[in-house]
Design a protein around this ligand. Structure first.
Ligand SMILES: [Zn+2]
Length: 138
């Protein structure tokens, strides 16, 4: 394999891959922090970089049938979430084209103070919990 092109996000705060610290998403682009991933809590975000997408597959999630594809880190191949391609249920179509990031596979990096990591997100207990997000049934 040759060199893999790596993108860098210029933003005060970014989410990076847990395994290789490649930039993944701009923290400001996160739409929801109350999603349920396959590995626990997850984020819904507008756009990502350094991504590698798998093949489309239909997956039955808590909120219905969706066509999704796996989202991997292009640099180290770690599985970090999935992308919504198509939601079969109309009420879920706002998720199309967006990405779910597993919270346990990324961490927040504050680029304004490069010497230390950003403080964790707001206490989860303060966030609304009624949105159950998606968890694969099978
Ligand atoms: Zn990585």
């Amino acid at each position: 394999m040759g060199l893999v092109h790596q993108e860098f996000i210029e933003a005060p705060s970014v989410y990076v891959c847990l395994g290789c610290k490649a930039h993944i998403a701009r923290r400001d682009d996160v739409i929801s922090r109350t999603f349920q991933g396959r590995l626990g809590r997850a984020y819904l975000t507008e756009s990502v970089v350094n991504e590698k997408l798998g093949t489309h597959e239909d997956r039955l999630l808590m909120t219905g049938m969706h066509t999704v594809c796996n989202l991997q880190c292009r640099i180290c191949d770690a599985l970090i979430g999935w992308k919504y391609i198509h939601a079969h249920d109309r009420s879920q179509q706002y998720k199309e084209g967006r990405y779910v990031l597993e919270q346990s596979r990324i961490f927040s990096l504050d680029q304004t103070t490069p010497e230390k990591l950003a403080t964790p997100d707001a206490p989860l207990s303060l966030l609304p919990s009624q949105e159950s997000g998606d968890m694969a049934i099978c």
